[in-house]
Design a protein around this ligand. Structure first.
Ligand code: PBG
Length: 342
């Protein structure tokens, strides 16, 4: 016994000293969430007076353009600096025409948001999966389309024809007032293609936030919300295999070389290793997307009383920031700020 007591007395380093009280913990806390950290996703569709709940994303809705103002005012009042827009078109076709139409759903929504709050940044998610009838993120090699190339595999996503479409759509969104273009299709060369299109159209001031995106099971609820599930196959011919880390590092390096201003990692929580690599090795701002499945899982477990909604959500967001995110796209953005303020 005597021996034990002496040993204890010699224990000089006691990390628990700084954990004892709430105020002590506040003082030494390394990571704090603030309104500066958040980007709020919005789903917008054609029509009027529409506020359609998305079942798999509790509390989230598809909104028609006329219903955006109220939502935007709430987001701005919480001090959130930016929204990211996802459009749901009325008509889908083989090349996703609504995405580059001047009166397409996203350009309309951008103008409405800017009318309500010109300072709220509008990021446009630049992808074709919501807009194409087959639900893939670009032009697909099938005999019924004019770009069909029998030398390429059937069902192959035509990389370079898709780049042309991404350029057109980026210009339509930038002309409508988008503050940031966020290409999410994992199409090779997408950042360089969009950069050159923007620069040649008087939009050299518009930054590009490029997605580093895995082919993830966690996008399920989003595909309900955006009506963008692929009609055949899956997205693994262009999105990354979740088993790969070096490949993500290569994507980051390439996107920065091509001129990406911000790199976004998605989904967030399963890929904190990639986020942390980005933060430690590059100077560009890092974004993380806490995706629909991450949000839905926390809600589903909380509904059953298995976890505490607020604590689980704030813990996830804090750890995403701790791993290196300068900004987080999250369906919890509004709730998190209300909880932090309470
Ligand atoms: C593609 C896109 C997707 C998400 C954001 N942009 C879906 C996909 O890649 O299948 C998913 C976001 C989420 O799950 O919250 N336009």
């Amino acid at each position: 016994m005597a021996h034990e007591a002496t040993w204890h007395a010699n224990l000089k380093v006691r990390l628990r000293r700084l954990r004892l009280s709430k105020n002590m913990r506040r003082l030494v806390r390394e990571t704090k969430l603030t309104s500066d950290d958040f980007i709020h996703p919005l789903f917008v569709r054609h029509g009027q007076g529409i506020k359609l709940p998305v079942e798999s994303l509790p509390g989230k809705h598809q909104l028609s353009v006329d219903n955006l103002a109220a939502e935007v005012r709430e987001i701005s009042a919480l001090g959130i600096p930016a929204v990211i827009l996802f459009g749901i078109p009325e008509h889908k076709d083989w090349r996703g025409s609504d995405n580059f139409a001047e009166d397409g759903i996203v350009p309309q929504a951008i103008r409405a948001i800017k009318d309500t709050d010109p300072d709220l940044l509008v990021i446009s998610d630049m992808c074709f999966c919501q807009y194409t009838d087959h639900g893939h993120c670009g032009i697909i090699n099938t005999p019924d389309n004019p770009h069909y190339d029998p030398a390429l595999p059937q069902g192959y996503l035509h990389n370079d024809h898709t780049l042309d479409l991404l350029q057109q759509a980026s210009l339509a969104h930038a002309r409508a007032g988008a503050d940031i273009i966020a290409p999410s299709g994992m199409i090779d060369g997408m950042v360089a293609a969009i950069r050159s299109a923007l620069d040649s159209d008087g939009a050299q001031h518009v930054p590009i936030m490029s997605y580093i995106k895995y082919a993830s099971a966690f996008y399920g609820p989003f595909r309900d919300a955006a009506e963008s599930a692929p009609q055949f196959g899956d997205r693994s011919q262009y999105q990354m295999d979740p088993a790969n880390q070096r490949e993500a590092f290569k994507e980051i390096a390439l996107d920065i070389e091509e001129g990406a201003d911000i790199i976004m990692i998605k989904p967030a929580l399963p890929n904190l290793d990639v986020l942390s690599h980005l933060r430690e090795n590059y100077t560009v701002p890092a974004a993380a997307y806490q995706v629909s499945g991450e949000y839905a899982m926390i809600h589903a477990a909380a509904q059953r009383g298995w976890i505490d909604l607020e604590r689980a959500a704030l813990e996830s967001l804090t750890c995403i920031k701790r791993a290196g995110a300068d900004m987080i796209i999250s369906y919890f953005a509004k709730d998190a700020l209300k909880w932090l303020d309470a």
